[in-house]
Design a protein around this ligand. Structure first.
Ligand code: PHE
Length: 354
């Protein structure tokens, strides 16, 4: 039904709209609402006056009043939304601040799985009386190899595919053999030079090797070196330490075994395996241990006397043991990550799971 407003009502609507359009605050809109819509307002007055009209005019008059009411309410609602949108824009661009507006949500970050495991192991070793140290990632040949009993022509250098640094175009031999450390063992040497025995330290850190990258090899990964030097230390202390450490990590007794392993800076050197903590029945075999019942935990051994001597430690008095925990490997075991490339890949879809 087409209804045109009577001139009087039309005028009311124009007046109301002019005030609404000019309003810049909620209170002004509220005042218009009071004058037109509330009890005692314009619309109510029009409706009340209907009873004084001749019956044939009442219907149109009632309809007209209701149309006016609807039009004023709509104009009020539209302007209110407009003002709110303007306030949000102003707050976003820093002009003015409305504390009643909902805040912009902030994306929460989380710790990298390597950081998590590193901190957990640091806590465990701290509770066992270890100091936590670090060292430079760009090392010199002397610390990464030579003082670890790996001289220039030693075949063990082939085990480490080294990234050599070029300094101002200088050749490898004339820049002190600057390199990206291939293991955290170089901090063993730095520690022995700095501290007087007895001491026990762990050194978490990033290491680098020129590997062909695949699911189990990365050019950048993490290790945690352990070094203990004191009087009368034996392989028994090494085994005891690793068992204590495993008990803390897995909250249960875990059997270990030693296999011979060769590293020039330890003698004897071992590969230490742990009973797979993930098998339903210990030793039964599972996916994690590839059905062998054992997981390789870390290379380790008694510090070679030549290494102690090169760092000025009296081998008549002191012995020591060292271990090299593969942090990246432990993280993968812990969270059942089957591809090492996820760790340093920087994909936030992967990282946001932790
Ligand atoms: N640094 C050795 C490596 O990365 C591991 C190791 C550490 C071996 C400590 C023995 C003792 O290959």
């Amino acid at each position: 039904m087409e209804t045109t407003l009577q001139p009087e009502l039309h005028q009311h609507l124009q007046d109301a709209k002019a005030r609404i359009d000019a309003a810049t605050a909620a209170e002004e809109l509220r005042a218009v609402e009071r004058d037109y819509i509330d009890k005692g307002g314009v619309v109510a007055g029009l409706l009340a006056a209907i009873t004084t009209l001749p019956p044939e005019q009442r219907r149109d008059a009632g309809q007209g009043a209701n149309i006016l009411k609807g039009a004023v309410l709509k104009a009020l609602g539209d302007r209110k939304a407009e003002l709110e949108a303007m306030a949000i824009d102003a707050a976003r661009s820093g002009h003015g601040f409305d504390p009643s507006l909902p805040g912009t949500s902030i994306r929460r970050g989380s710790l990298h799985p390597v950081t998590r495991v590193t901190r957990e192991l640091e806590d465990i070793f701290s509770s066992m009386g270890y100091d936590i140290l670090d060292g430079p990632e760009v090392e010199i040949d002397v610390y990464n190899f030579e003082r670890l009993n790996i001289p220039g022509d030693h075949p063990a250098r082939d085990m480490h595919d080294t990234f050599w640094c070029e300094v101002n175009g200088a050749e490898r031999d004339s820049n002190m053999g600057l390199l990206l450390r291939t293991h955290t063992s170089c901090v063993q040497v730095r520690t022995m030079e700095r501290l007087q025995p007895p001491f026990r330290v762990v050194v978490p850190g990033r290491v680098f090797r020129q590997e062909t990258v695949d699911a189990s090899h990365e050019h950048t990964f993490h290790q945690m070196e352990g070094l203990v030097v004191g009087e009368g230390l034996t392989v028994g202390h090494l085994i005891g330490t690793m068992k204590t450490f495993l008990r803390e990590v897995f909250q249960k007794e875990i059997e270990v075994r030693l296999r011979p392993g060769y590293f020039p800076f330890v003698e004897p050197g071992f590969e230490l395996d742990a009973r797979c903590p993930f098998c339903a029945t210990p030793g039964a075999g599972c996916r994690v241990c590839k059905q062998t019942g054992w997981v390789e935990l870390c290379p380790c051994g008694m510090v070679h006397p030549a290494v102690l001597q090169m760092s000025g430690i009296d081998t008549e008095k002191y012995t020591g043991f060292a271990f090299g925990l593969g942090l990246s490997r432990l993280v993968m075991l812990r969270y059942e990550i089957d591809d090492i490339r996820h760790l340093m890949g920087g994909d936030t879809r992967f990282l946001s799971q932790f």
